[in-house]
Design a protein around this ligand. Structure first.
Ligand code: LLP
Length: 861
């Protein structure tokens, strides 16, 4: 009898979490059996379970009751069993083992690395036992195999226990014993676990987070499989992460080298360790999706033709720590690098990128490969001190161009590299293999740079043997639009009627404005909310927000006047005037109107004391580092013109005392479009640390900057978490009032722009849809590369049919409102709707080319 043709199929957490996905798994397995293959299914734990098990370990070790977590883990498995209609009883023995281990941890009051591995490994044992029952229910009988009998961790006594138990490796080769064992099973299909292996003592060890890919690759090597298929929730590898850049193209084929580079440089679809075992035995690897099983995905194999120099993908990694080591003694010294790298080795740290010069060596540490605990880094820096001055740069991102022979392409990359203009680049690294070219930048910049670079490098590409369709073409057409819940769906007829009167028109939804105002008014820790009217000073918007109880933040005399004209009864003390580089006369007029004033420089106070005499003012402080969605909106740090640095504060106090001015509040605003909820509590703490020097300070204004989701489905700001952290701050500082001054959060999602299609055009591979709105109407895409969803409101239900550039009528090539957007057949006269433009839309419009401003309208319930 011929040796069986093994196929190893790996299914990740989301692929094994629902009855529908299991139906796909059963169908795939059945089809392969019919084709004469022996499929071996390697499964992850149900999605979310590994995290829950990690919580369980921590709870038990800390003496907290693990009951709720255990119940949640059980409930998730029971729900899946119930959804398929199978009994979960087969899991009983596993529950008993899990509970016993948790009890041991609780009794010890601590979890050893072996305990942790044993508990986390239960996720895969549970999912595969349940999977065995589910497959049987689909008439696909499968034999359950314990992966630990076949995957033995390599002995590594020199590594710390956390690594040996938590991130083990196995050395594998085609193994007749495993082949024979699996060949003798009665069922054509085998099901086994990802993530786990065993050590020489027979204990469970883990292959590291995401290690199920590696398990599957090990099994493929042991069985000398014909193919390894990794089934995940994305149908292949893409030119960049398609969740961030929907114009990303499927990569139809890649060499092992390229795939390895992509996995290592941050394409999070494949685990970097899974390629070596298949590459060693020339086993092709296919990446496919249980979400879209009809798509062929990506094939990684030894037979990929060399297409010459080419960038194939872009990746970004965040959470990177860079270590900069300066020394004067390195020049022509023997052994300097050996000495410093020995220190990294001693601390169990694996170095990623390296750049050296005569006086500096900079390396990066990847959190995927290292547990970057601050104490370890402190000890590392201390020990490096014997050889050099070491500095830690946290919060770095690595943006990498991945492809072949990149060196030969450098001259063509010039325009693409312009996106790094004015970015702080901590290091540039070109892989000796010539497969990647990487830039280390601030991590907040990484996603934006990837976006822009992708546009420059791939937007004009058409499908060929390497590049397939775009993500939006593949998936977005089938998926329901994630924005289906947005308010404007229910108001389509009203919007089309408004558009029939005139376009372009900005429309603001009163109900959404009220809802957002209520969200902010419900923050327990915030005493007062000032709406930053620069986001949208339309009188009807101001009236709606005033009705909801908000005060107003203004940055120019014009804005103050707008509030006072639109709301004649609004109290002057409910207006905060916070200009930047304003002439003295602006302060004079503001005091005359009785509005509150924030000063962000000592000079006006020192030079015009009479102007400020007897007044109470706030002082704006620069905490040194800005945040936000784009360089232009980060308003702190030496490169930003706002605020005074803490070193200025003694001069401020002297000037205030001399002028007879009281500093009653401190203010900070670090940037716009921030979604990290801890930001404002951190700023409050920063201001509180300075407040002691100012006896009259009773209020801290922690600014605005609250972000909204960049695109449908993207993460937004967790307001509850923000409130919780500010509340904790308030408990420590009960005598300080807290104010905020958001703009965008209140108005962005309430606004849409209606524009009419003027013309369509096709040039080579690129289709254009032209509108009567452009960068003069909505500047954000041209200025910041911002993404705003666009739909054809006239044909809302028609299927997407084309990938187009949505452009305006302005005489600039940058007049693009949306790139690579999916639209249905679209014709002149159609009305397109651009959403999430209520903030910084109309307020930033320009008279450029003497095209008129868009009309604005409020939509009432
Ligand atoms: N407070 C101060 C001192 C500010 O400078 C700003 C905005 C805000 C509050 C309100 O920030 P928000 O909550 O809206 O993020 N045109 C850019 C945004 C510029 C923000 C300028 N300052 C954009 O379209 O993204």
């Amino acid at each position: 009898m011929d040796a069986p043709s093994w196929l190893v199929l790996k299914f990740g957490g989301t692929s094994v979490a629902t009855p529908e996905r299991w139906r796909t798994i059963a169908t795939v397995a059945q089809r392969y059996v019919a084709d004469g293959y022996r499929p071996v299914l390697v499964c992850s734990a149900l999605s979310g379970i590994s995290d829950q098990l990690e919580n369980l370990v921590q709870e038990a070790a800390a003496g907290a009751s693990p009951d709720a977590t255990l119940a949640a883990v059980r409930a998730q498995h029971a729900a899946l069993a119930d959804g398929v209609g199978v009994s979960p009883d087969g899991l009983d023995a596993l529950w008993a083992t899990l509970e016993a281990r948790v009890e041991t941890i609780a009794a010890q009051g601590a979890a050893t690395p072996a305990d942790r591995a044993a508990v986390l490994g239960m996720g895969e044992l549970l999912s595969t036992r349940l999977g065995e029952a589910i497959l049987a229910a689909h008439d696909v009988p499968a034999t359950w195999i314990d992966a630990r009998q076949h995957l033995r961790a390599a002995d590594a006594p020199h590594l710390p226990p956390a690594r040996r138990y938590g991130s083990a490796t196995c050395s594998v080769y085609p193994d007749p014993v495993t082949q024979q064992h699996l060949a003798q099973t009665t069922d054509a299909v085998c099901i086994t676990q990802g993530f786990i292996a065993s050590n020489a003592l027979g204990e469970t060890v883990l292959l590291g987070r995401g290690g199920s890919d590696t398990s599957a690759a090990y099994f493929a090597a042991l069985l000398d499989a014909e193919r390894l298929e990794i089934w995940t929730d994305v149908p292949g590898l893409f030119t960049t992460n398609p969740h961030d850049v929907p114009a990303a193209r499927l990569l139809k084929q890649l060499s092992y080298d390229e795939a390895q580079e992509l996995a290592t440089m941050g394409g999070s679809i494949l685990h970097p360790r899974c390629l070596a075992p298949v590459r060693q035995y020339d086993i092709p690897l296919h990446v496919r999706s249980t979400n879209a099983p009809a798509i062929d995905g990506t094939v990684i194999s030894p037979d990929v033709p060399d297409t010459g120099p080419q960038v194939k993908a872009l990746s970004a990694k965040t959470g990177i720590t860079a270590i900069r080591m300066d020394t004067l003694g390195m020049w022509q010294e023997v052994g300097f690098l050996a000495d410093v790298f020995a220190v990294f080795k001693h601390h169990g740290l694996s170095v990623d990128l390296v750049a050296t010069s005569e006086a500096n060596v900079t390396v990066t540490l990847d959190p995927m490969a290292n547990a970057l605990d601050p104490e370890v880094i402190d000890r590392l820096v201390h020990d490096l001190g014997a050889y050099c001055t070491a500095r830690v740069v946290r919060g770095c991102g690595v943006v990498s161009l991945v492809g072949r022979h990149i060196r030969a392409l450098l001259h063509e990359l010039g325009p693409a590299l312009e996106v790094f203009d004015e970015q702080q680049i901590y290091m540039v690294s070109q892989a000796a293999s010539d497969l990647n070219f990487s830039f280390v930048v601030d991590e907040e910049q990484a996603p934006r740079l990837v976006h822009k670079l992708h546009d420059i490098l791939f937007a004009a590409r058409t499908p060929d043997a390497t590049f397939g369709p775009t993500w939006s073409e593949l998936v977005a057409d089938e998926a329901p639009a994630p924005a289906a819940e947005a308010w404007w769906h229910a108001r389509r007829d009203d919007l089309l009627a408004l558009a029939a009167d005139a376009t372009p028109t900005y429309v603001y939804d009163e109900a959404t404005l009220r809802a957002r105002a209520a969200d902010l008014q419900s923050l327990a820790a915030v005493d007062r909310v000032f709406y930053a009217i620069k986001a949208n000073p339309h009188p009807a918007v101001l009236r709606t927000l005033a009705d909801a109880g908000l005060s107003f933040e203004c940055v120019s005399p014009g804005e103050v006047e707008r509030v006072q004209t639109a709301l004649p009864d609004h109290p002057a003390r409910g207006i905060l005037f916070q200009p930047n580089f304003a002439a003295p006369d602006e302060y004079r007029r503001a005091f005359a109107r009785g509005v509150r004033v924030t000063l962000d420089n000592v000079q006006p106070l020192a030079e015009h004391p009479a102007l400020f005499a007897g007044q109470e003012i706030f002082a704006r402080i620069d905490p040194g580092a800005g945040r936000g969605h784009h360089r232009h909106v980060r308003t702190a740090g030496a490169q930003s013109k706002f605020g005074m640095v803490p070193d200025d504060l003694s001069a401020l106090r002297r000037a205030a005392d001399a002028a007879g001015t009281r500093i009653t509040g401190l203010h900070v605003h670090v940037g716009s479009g921030i979604t990290e909820p801890s930001t404002w509590a951190e700023l409050a703490r920063f201001l509180a640390s300075l407040a002691d020097a100012f006896p009259h300070v009773e209020t801290l204004n922690v600014g605005g900057g609250l972000g909204v989701p960049r695109a449908p489905g993207a993460p937004g700001l967790d307001l509850a978490a923000l409130d919780e952290q500010l509340t904790a701050f308030k408990r420590e500082h009960p005598h300080l009032a807290l104010w905020m001054e958001p703009g965008r959060f209140l108005v962005a999602e309430a606004g849409v722009l209606l524009a009419r299609v003027t013309q369509t055009k096709t040039k080579g591979p690129v289709h254009y849809v032209g509108l009567d709105a452009g960068m003069h109407t909505l500047l954000r895409p041209a200025l910041y590369g911002s993404y705003h969803p666009i739909v054809n409101l006239s044909r809302l239900d028609a299927p997407a049919a084309h990938t187009v550039q949505v452009v305006g009528p302005i005489c600039e090539s940058g007049d693009v409102l949306g790139r690579s957007r999916r639209l249905p057949d679209t014709a002149p006269g159609d009305v397109l709707l651009i959403s999430t433009v209520g903030a910084y839309g109309a307020s930033m419009s320009l008279p450029y080319n003497l095209r008129p401003a868009a009309r604005e309208a409020l939509l009432t319930p």
